[in-house]
Design a protein around this ligand. Structure first.
Ligand code: URP
Ligand code: ZN
Ligand code: ZN
Ligand code: ZN
Length: 468
């Protein structure tokens, strides 16, 4: 058999196995896994490298409008280029429904934003902000048929949050249509109350973002979301879990027999609320929701990854520039934490950080690394086995990892639109030196490949493996 490309002498890693094999690629797909494949137009030597399925980041925010003159730092061009640099070949971004807007209209806008700009493959989760009978009764069923098989709902953020009865109606629609709902769990009323108290006490610095969004507000909302899902009898995903108490809610719901997926993110392993407490508004760089907690919470999130409470390790990449009137340090945000846009950049650093801090330090094994960064995302969001594994017939989406390469993280390595990384100066071992999207090299020597043409495509998805 003749191949377009052969990857030779690498160590192939999947969610279940680690083995020496060459990989034969034709027409963008993996067509052979065997020793000594040679007959190819292009031969890539992977001696000493790990060959992993390209990362799938199922939680990224790109080119979202955020009102008040705030501008997200990445569009689909820069955001997906940065994703590729970090070893990813698929991202799932959010398509936000404005109040009064149909989901089709919203999707049209986001497809236009992404069109011809993506350096990795892209899919969309629909954020439901206005769950009218029309939206839930007519639109969602049609969209699920068309491959938009996931939705996110928010329990916090004015303008985005849904009431419990609205969440129930959305969950019920998910149950009827076979869609999967992701829930952002924080108690908005408690947060608003605490913000009011902080204002009375003259507490406006970035660090008070963390004290107005305590663990109890996340734990309570997590419990409530799980209860609502139980009432409707539908699987859900609890996204960006930051601490032990919320994690234990997931564990208990599973013990009761509920089908739940749990997600955590790099910020909950690497940052704490102390990072928000710095001079000169530096803390604004770390403002995200839920906020980073403390060392015990970091340990809990590691435990959740080791023990399988978390199926998903996602970036929640939500980038804003720091020193910028359209970013973190906008005029209102300088004076009051509640106007600092929430979110931090991380689509490029997700995999290197978990590899270095998790695999290299012996906290998780390589196969778990692949599972929580790629395979489980494909399975839970309906892309498996086309994406998320290395198997005959799968897309040739591959990250060639140099497990020995040592890097000190600096912002300029990441090719994102933000003017900082929360992980500046972190020493990392292991780096994706070459990335292939459907057989075509998109990253070489850790840099965008010479042509840098956006060849990413939109991916309609099937039903989640969580749904029978
Ligand atoms: O602070 C965060 N995480 N911003 C992104 C929006 C979200 O809630 O996922
Ligand atoms: Zn050989
Ligand atoms: Zn969220
Ligand atoms: Zn998010």
């Amino acid at each position: 058999m003749r191949f377009d490309t052969v990857i030779r002498h690498g160590t192939v890693v999947t969610a279940s196995d680690t083995f020496k094999s060459d990989i034969g690629i034709r027409d963008g797909r993996i067509v052979a896994l065997a020793a000594e494949l040679t007959d190819a137009d292009e031969i890539i030597d992977a001696t000493g490298l790990l060959v992993l399925p390209g990362g799938i980041d199922s939680h990224v925010h790109l080119d979202q409008p955020s009102g008040d003159g705030i501008v997200m730092a990445d569009d689909f061009d820069s955001g997906t280029r940065s994703a590729a640099i970090g070893g990813n070949t698929t991202v799932m971004a959010f398509c936000i429904q404005e109040k009064g807007q149909s989901l089709r209209e919203a999707l049209k806008i986001y497809h236009a934003k992404a069109e011809d700009k993506c350096h990795v493959d892209v899919s969309f989760h629909m954020v439901i902000t206005d769950p009218t009978p029309e939206v839930l009764g007519q639109e969602v069923p049609a969209l699920v048929e068309d491959g938009y098989t996931s939705m996110k709902v928010f329990m916090t953020y004015e303008g985005l949050r849904l009431r419990d009865d609205e969440i129930l109606a959305t969950l019920d629609t998910a149950r009827r249509t076979g869609a999967l709902v992701m829930v952002h769990c924080e108690n908005e009323d408690a947060i608003r109350y605490l913000i009011g108290r902080h204002e009375e006490e003259g507490k406006f610095a970035p660090k008070f973002h963390a004290t107005t969004r305590p663990v109890a507000a996340e734990r309570e909302a997590t419990h409530r979301a799980l209860s609502l899902a139980e009432i409707v009898d539908v699987p859900i995903v609890i996204v960006h879990v930051s601490n032990r108490e919320a994690m234990e809610e997931i564990r208990r719901a599973r013990q009761r027999g509920q089908k739940i997926a749990g997600e955590t993110c790099p910020q909950y392993l690497m940052l704490t609320a102390d990072d928000l407490d710095q001079d000169a508004l530096e803390g604004a760089k770390y403002v995200c929701s839920p906020p980073p907690r403390d060392e015990a919470s970091q340990d809990a999130c590691w435990e959740g990854l080791e023990q399988g409470v978390f199926d998903l390790f996602s970036s929640d990449h939500c980038p804003f520039r720091f020193d910028d009137p359209e970013g973190k340090l906008n005029e209102k945000g300088k004076r009051h934490f509640r106007w600092i846009p929430n979110g931090i950049p991380g689509v490029a650093t997700r995999l290197p950080i978990l590899f270095s801090e998790g695999v290299m330090r012996g906290r998780i094994d390589l196969n778990t690394f692949v599972a929580v960064t790629a395979t489980n995302h494909a399975k839970l969001y309906g892309l498996y086995p086309r994406k998320g594994t290395i198997a005959i017939g799968s897309d040739a989406d591959l990250a060639l990892w140099d497990p020995e390469k040592r890097t000190t993280l600096t912002n300029d390595l990441l090719h994102h639109g933000a003017d900082y990384t929360p992980y500046e100066g972190l020493d990392i071992q292991g780096w994706p030196t070459r990335v292939l999207l459907r057989g075509r090299t998109i990253v070489k020597d850790g840099k965008p490949a010479e042509s840098d043409t956006p060849t990413g495509t939109y991916l309609p998805r099937g039903k989640s493996a969580l749904i029978r």
